[in-house]
Design a protein around this ligand. Structure first.
Ligand code: SF4
Ligand code: SF4
Length: 103
């Protein structure tokens, strides 16, 4: 599993660095980059924290994603989990962050 950070979208807030439990993301020239991509275990904490939608998570075949990607965009309290499938189609799952701790 791995992520990709789009330097053009990254605004250098470094929230991703502070939440990565493996310290896999580092800072370079005011932008975040993944220094140890092979060590990423796909917790998606960094993806969720990035308010600039700069981080994409690869949906590998091992989790049924077959090469698609996923990122998050915010609209108030709503998180849009944007899933782009390998055929280019997009699926969006909306989650209200205020309900994130409800079961
Ligand atoms: S959270 Fe997003 S915008 Fe902030 S440093 Fe990381 S990649 Fe860049
Ligand atoms: S998905 Fe999790 S383990 Fe991988 S880089 Fe992001 S925060 Fe770190």
């Amino acid at each position: 599993m791995s992520i990709r950070i789009d330097e053009n979208k990254c605004v250098g807030c470094f929230q991703c660095i502070s939440v990565c439990p493996g310290s896999l993301i580092k800072e370079r020239d005011g932008k975040a980059f993944v220094k140890y991509p092979r060590d990423c275990w796909g917790c998606v904490s960094c993806v969720k924290e990035c308010r600039a939608a700069a981080i994409e998570f690869y949906l590998g075949a091992d989790i049924g994603g077959n090469g698609g990607t996923m990122n998050v965009s915010y609209e108030g309290d709503i998180l849009h989990w944007n899933i782009t499938k390998n055929d280019g189609t997009v699926m969006v799952i909306d989650v209200n962050s205020k309900n994130s701790n409800k079961y």
